[in-house]
Design a protein around this ligand. Sequence first.
Ligand SMILES: [Zn+2]
Length: 168
Amino acid sequence: MQTKNISKIRSLLPNSNLIDDEEVIGLAKSRLADLLSRLDAFHFSTYLDYLSGSFIPGVWFSDLFNFAYFQLVKALSNNVEVRECEYCGHIFEVTHKRQRYCPPLPNRKRSSCEMANNNRLKKEKNNKEKFNTANLQNGITKKRSYTVLHGIDPFTQEQKRITKSGLL
Ligand SMILES: [Zn+2]
């Protein structure tokens, strides 16, 4: 398990200025192990099944919290990499290197956070385009009022310049 925010953990410890970063992380991890052991949360019972010619061992958890704590302990002991989802900010276990969002729900191919983020980006892009179009029209209106005020047509002048430089 990696720890990015060392300064925050350091601020929770007394006299933490006397120890280096590695010791701070060590203390935090040992504290986490203490808390999880004290919770005594992951109780489970095992059973054995016989299906299609094979013995299959299984595990029963009394509730979902038991299972969640068991998963957490398993992740800690396997030293898995965890990341923060770029969309919702939840912590997830990394299963492939380029993963940036919470994993997909069961029986789904794509992460719902990834899709929601893509939709948000698309919406932002559309709004930006609408804003630019509105600004452009606003600019044209301004130029027209300039013409009315000063008796000059900036469009014709611009066109003349372009024709002279050989672009048209
Ligand atoms: Zn997420």
